[in-house]
Design a protein around this ligand. Structure first.
Ligand code: ZN
Length: 387
């Protein structure tokens, strides 16, 4: 084996950030040394190479040990939803070491802050080694100051949540939009793992959005960007939900709330359908009932979900043409619909997206309902490592 190949074998063996850095620094040095070898005394250059190889080995061991220790760091993640709050303590694997869920509906602004502080403190008592907390909120967020600016589906407005919580929990605390955190979790550990460019849509009460660009969450100029659920697909469409002044946002066609509403309309229009009979029996038609009826083969319910998928696909056409992601992840409680909505959405993207942007994979989230909580804990870890 010639000397340059030997050098490349040493430098190229094993992954790791340090090894990559060393490759850039040491490879030119090695090649320079190799050229000098002919003039050097016999054995001298081999000694130099052995020494450098030993140094590299030490660096790699140190890097491996650091990663093991960092993975053991525990952080608290909280995902505040419109109806429930999920809280957990997670390490870097990510392994959930403790978790719980409590109802979150019916609280005032002050009540929600009390609830958040109380749940973070409970988690900290359960795992005293936890060193930071992350909180996901379905709101537009000023990321630096930790203000919730406004929410579509919760009673929070212009509130310095980060400061209010830090005072009461005694831990470094970071807040972010809940869908940004679901995106972070799926990018680090789930369906978008390994991707440099990815998008996330969370289908629930509303539709949240997350954007992953070059290995980082994109938040816009102050932190309120990536509201992909308010992508307009019909300028004359229905008024959007809550505080959104828009019309025909994708949230009005494909959120769990929208599907429930369209399910009730279909039940009226087709009284002989399973949905119609369910409504006639006095049962309340929600998103879950529409999904179940569609899974049981009810044509009216299938039409509701396939129409929602058609609109959702067209929103994704615009998004893939702008971002050209490798993967678009669909999550949130309403994704119990699974392939019933993924399939029509994929078809629209393939047919109407520009080539090659239409090749983006459209997949279901992998981390399930815990993704927001896991992402919140991951953000707390990232921010505490950075500070
Ligand atoms: Zn909207």
């Amino acid at each position: 084996m010639d000397l340059v190949s030997k050098v490349q074998l040493v430098l190229g063996s094993g992954p790791g950030i340090a090894a990559t850095g060393f490759r850039f620094v040491l490879q030119p040095l090695y090649i320079g040394l190799a050229k000098l070898r002919k003039q050097a005394p016999p054995g001298a250059m081999d000694l130099v190479f052995r020494t450098v190889r030993a140094a590299l080995f030490v660096v790699r061991c140190h890097e491996g040990l650091t990663m093991v220790l960092m993975n053991r760091i525990e952080t608290i993640g909280v995902d505040l939803g419109g109806t429930k709050l999920a809280v957990g303590v997670v390490d870097g694997e990510p392994k959930t070491l403790w978790s719980d869920q409590v109802p979150s509906n019916g609280y005032s602004q002050e009540g929600l802050i009390d609830l958040l502080a109380e749940q973070i403190n409970r988690a900290h008592e359960a795992r005293p080694d936890a060193r930071a907390a992350g909180v996901g909120i379905p709101a537009t967020i000023d990321f630096e100051s930790g203000h919730a600016v406004s929410t579509v589906n919760l009673d929070l407005e212009d509130l310095p949540i980060k400061d209010l919580l830090q005072e009461r929990v005694g831990l470094p605390t970071v807040i972010d939009n809940d869908a940004n955190l679901a995106m972070l979790a799926e990018a680090l550990y789930g369906a978008a793992r390994g991707a440099d460019y990815a998008l996330m849509l969370t289908l629930g009460t509303g539709i949240g959005g997350g954007i992953w660009i070059g290995g980082e969450i994109f938040r816009g100029s102050t932190g309120s960007g990536a509201e992909l659920g308010h992508t307009v697909v019909d300028i004359n469409g229905p008024r959007c939900q809550g505080n959104c002044p828009g019309r025909g946002c994708i949230e009005t066609f494909a959120s769990g709330t929208a599907i429930a509403r369209q399910g009730r309309e279909a039940a009226e229009k087709y009284p002989e359908s399973a949905l119609g009979k369910l409504a006639a029996s006095g049962e309340k038609i929600g998103g879950g009932a529409v999904t179940q009826a569609a899974k049981d083969g009810d044509a009216a319910a299938l039409e509701v979900i396939s129409t929602a998928g058609h609109y959702l696909g067209n929103a994704i056409v615009s998004l893939t043409n702008i971002f050209q992601p490798e993967v678009v992840v669909l999550g949130g409680g309403a994704m119990a619909m699974g392939e019933l909505i993924l399939e029509p959405a994929r078809r629209e993207v393939r047919e109407r997206g520009l080539n090659p942007n239409n090749q983006a994979k459209i997949v279901a989230a992998e981390l399930g309902p815990d993704s927001g909580m896991i992402g919140a804990a991951a953000l707390a870890r990232i921010e505490s490592e950075a500070s």
